[in-house]
Design a protein around this ligand. Structure first.
Ligand code: PNS
Length: 157
Protein backbone atom coordinates (compact mmCIF):
# COMPACT_ATOMS: atom_id res chain seq x y z
CA UNK A 1 0.00 0.00 0.00
CA UNK A 2 1.68 3.20 -1.20
CA UNK A 3 0.46 6.25 0.73
CA UNK A 4 1.22 9.86 -0.15
CA UNK A 5 0.64 12.93 1.98
CA UNK A 6 0.01 16.24 0.21
CA UNK A 7 0.49 18.98 2.81
CA UNK A 8 -0.36 22.64 2.50
CA UNK A 9 -2.24 25.62 3.80
CA UNK A 10 -4.83 25.38 1.00
CA UNK A 11 -6.08 28.87 1.81
CA UNK A 12 -8.02 28.20 -0.37
CA UNK A 13 -7.55 25.16 -2.60
CA UNK A 14 -7.13 26.19 -6.25
CA UNK A 15 -7.30 24.29 -9.53
CA UNK A 16 -3.51 24.02 -9.31
CA UNK A 17 -3.82 22.05 -6.07
CA UNK A 18 -6.59 19.95 -7.56
CA UNK A 19 -4.39 19.07 -10.53
CA UNK A 20 -1.73 17.75 -8.12
CA UNK A 21 -4.38 15.80 -6.18
CA UNK A 22 -5.74 14.18 -9.35
CA UNK A 23 -2.31 13.17 -10.58
CA UNK A 24 -1.03 11.93 -7.22
CA UNK A 25 -4.23 9.93 -6.66
CA UNK A 26 -3.43 7.98 -9.83
CA UNK A 27 0.10 7.16 -8.67
CA UNK A 28 -0.55 6.23 -5.05
CA UNK A 29 -3.00 3.81 -3.44
CA UNK A 30 -4.05 6.41 -0.92
CA UNK A 31 -3.61 10.18 -0.86
CA UNK A 32 -4.06 12.26 2.27
CA UNK A 33 -4.58 15.98 1.71
CA UNK A 34 -3.13 17.35 4.92
CA UNK A 35 -4.37 20.80 5.87
CA UNK A 36 -1.92 22.67 8.03
CA UNK A 37 -3.02 24.75 10.98
CA UNK A 38 0.10 26.83 10.14
CA UNK A 39 0.53 29.11 13.11
CA UNK A 40 2.92 31.45 11.28
CA UNK A 41 0.30 32.56 8.72
CA UNK A 42 -3.04 34.18 9.39
CA UNK A 43 -5.32 32.36 6.97
CA UNK A 44 -8.26 33.96 5.21
CA UNK A 45 -10.30 30.79 5.74
CA UNK A 46 -10.62 28.90 8.97
CA UNK A 47 -9.31 25.38 9.23
CA UNK A 48 -12.89 24.09 9.16
CA UNK A 49 -13.71 26.08 6.03
CA UNK A 50 -10.57 24.89 4.24
CA UNK A 51 -11.26 21.26 5.13
CA UNK A 52 -14.91 21.55 4.10
CA UNK A 53 -13.96 22.98 0.70
CA UNK A 54 -11.43 20.24 0.06
CA UNK A 55 -13.77 17.49 1.24
CA UNK A 56 -16.38 18.71 -1.20
CA UNK A 57 -13.85 18.63 -4.02
CA UNK A 58 -12.32 15.22 -3.29
CA UNK A 59 -15.65 13.48 -2.64
CA UNK A 60 -15.44 11.89 -6.10
CA UNK A 61 -12.08 10.24 -5.40
CA UNK A 62 -12.34 7.03 -3.41
CA UNK A 63 -8.64 6.97 -2.45
CA UNK A 64 -8.32 10.59 -1.26
CA UNK A 65 -9.09 11.83 2.25
CA UNK A 66 -8.58 15.05 4.16
CA UNK A 67 -6.79 15.35 7.51
CA UNK A 68 -5.47 18.14 9.71
CA UNK A 69 -1.83 18.71 10.61
CA UNK A 70 -1.03 20.32 13.92
CA UNK A 71 2.59 19.37 14.47
CA UNK A 72 5.61 18.32 12.49
CA UNK A 73 4.91 17.00 9.02
CA UNK A 74 7.53 14.26 9.18
CA UNK A 75 6.08 12.97 12.46
CA UNK A 76 2.67 12.67 10.85
CA UNK A 77 4.08 10.94 7.77
CA UNK A 78 6.36 8.55 9.63
CA UNK A 79 3.57 7.24 11.86
CA UNK A 80 1.74 6.13 8.70
CA UNK A 81 4.53 3.69 7.94
CA UNK A 82 5.42 3.49 4.27
CA UNK A 83 4.38 6.99 3.19
CA UNK A 84 5.94 9.84 1.23
CA UNK A 85 5.35 13.58 1.04
CA UNK A 86 4.10 14.91 -2.30
CA UNK A 87 4.40 18.57 -3.23
CA UNK A 88 3.66 20.55 -6.35
CA UNK A 89 6.36 22.66 -7.95
CA UNK A 90 5.49 25.66 -10.09
CA UNK A 91 8.01 28.24 -11.20
CA UNK A 92 11.60 28.59 -10.09
CA UNK A 93 10.32 30.86 -7.34
CA UNK A 94 8.92 27.83 -5.51
CA UNK A 95 12.13 25.96 -5.67
CA UNK A 96 14.12 27.60 -2.92
CA UNK A 97 11.45 27.32 -0.25
CA UNK A 98 10.55 23.77 -1.26
CA UNK A 99 14.21 22.77 -1.37
CA UNK A 100 14.71 24.14 2.13
CA UNK A 101 11.61 22.41 3.52
CA UNK A 102 12.50 19.08 1.89
CA UNK A 103 16.04 19.22 3.27
CA UNK A 104 14.85 20.23 6.73
CA UNK A 105 12.30 17.43 6.74
CA UNK A 106 14.99 14.96 5.67
CA UNK A 107 17.29 16.28 8.39
CA UNK A 108 14.61 15.70 11.02
CA UNK A 109 13.76 12.25 9.70
CA UNK A 110 15.74 10.81 6.80
CA UNK A 111 13.31 7.93 6.39
CA UNK A 112 10.68 10.28 4.97
CA UNK A 113 11.06 11.14 1.28
CA UNK A 114 9.62 14.17 -0.50
CA UNK A 115 8.52 13.80 -4.12
CA UNK A 116 7.64 16.67 -6.45
CA UNK A 117 5.11 16.82 -9.24
CA UNK A 118 5.77 19.57 -11.76
CA UNK A 119 2.80 21.86 -12.26
CA UNK A 120 0.61 21.65 -15.29
CA UNK A 121 1.58 24.70 -17.39
CA UNK A 122 -1.99 26.06 -17.15
CA UNK A 123 -1.53 26.55 -13.41
CA UNK A 124 2.09 27.66 -13.31
CA UNK A 125 1.10 31.21 -12.33
CA UNK A 126 -1.64 30.24 -9.91
CA UNK A 127 -1.34 30.50 -6.14
CA UNK A 128 -3.81 30.93 -3.31
CA UNK A 129 -2.21 34.30 -2.50
CA UNK A 130 -2.58 35.75 -5.99
CA UNK A 131 -6.19 34.60 -6.22
CA UNK A 132 -6.95 36.23 -2.87
CA UNK A 133 -5.34 39.42 -4.19
CA UNK A 134 -7.64 39.43 -7.25
CA UNK A 135 -10.66 38.68 -5.05
CA UNK A 136 -9.75 41.52 -2.70
CA UNK A 137 -10.31 43.96 -5.57
CA UNK A 138 -13.46 42.13 -6.73
CA UNK A 139 -11.87 40.56 -9.81
CA UNK A 140 -13.44 37.47 -11.33
CA UNK A 141 -11.79 34.41 -9.81
CA UNK A 142 -14.32 31.78 -10.92
CA UNK A 143 -12.00 30.21 -13.49
CA UNK A 144 -9.48 29.33 -10.81
CA UNK A 145 -12.05 27.25 -8.96
CA UNK A 146 -13.55 25.21 -11.78
CA UNK A 147 -14.23 22.35 -9.42
CA UNK A 148 -17.32 23.93 -8.02
CA UNK A 149 -20.19 25.72 -9.70
CA UNK A 150 -20.13 28.22 -6.89
CA UNK A 151 -17.01 30.18 -6.20
CA UNK A 152 -14.99 28.54 -3.50
CA UNK A 153 -15.00 31.90 -1.79
CA UNK A 154 -18.80 32.11 -1.76
CA UNK A 155 -18.93 28.55 -0.54
CA UNK A 156 -16.73 29.33 2.40
CA UNK A 157 -18.16 32.65 3.41
O1 PNS B 1 0.86 25.65 1.38
P1 PNS B 1 2.07 26.02 2.20
O2 PNS B 1 1.76 27.15 3.14
O3 PNS B 1 3.28 26.30 1.36
O4 PNS B 1 2.42 24.71 3.10
C1 PNS B 1 3.49 24.74 4.00
C2 PNS B 1 3.50 23.47 4.84
C3 PNS B 1 2.18 23.26 5.54
C4 PNS B 1 3.77 22.27 3.96
C5 PNS B 1 4.65 23.63 5.88
O5 PNS B 1 4.48 24.82 6.57
C6 PNS B 1 4.70 22.49 6.88
O6 PNS B 1 5.16 21.41 6.56
N1 PNS B 1 4.18 22.73 8.11
C7 PNS B 1 4.14 21.74 9.16
C8 PNS B 1 5.14 22.01 10.27
C9 PNS B 1 6.51 21.43 9.91
O7 PNS B 1 6.68 20.24 9.82
N2 PNS B 1 7.45 22.34 9.68
C10 PNS B 1 8.79 21.97 9.28
C11 PNS B 1 8.88 21.78 7.76
S1 PNS B 1 10.22 22.64 7.17
Amino acid sequence: MKIAVYPGSFDPLTNGHLDIIERAAKIFDELIVLVSVNSSKSPMFSLEQRCAMIEQVVADFDNVRVAVLDGLLVDYVSQLGNAVIVKGLRALSDFEAEFQMALMNRDINNAVETMFLMTCVDYAFLSSSIVKEVDRYHGDISQYFGYTKRYAFDYAR
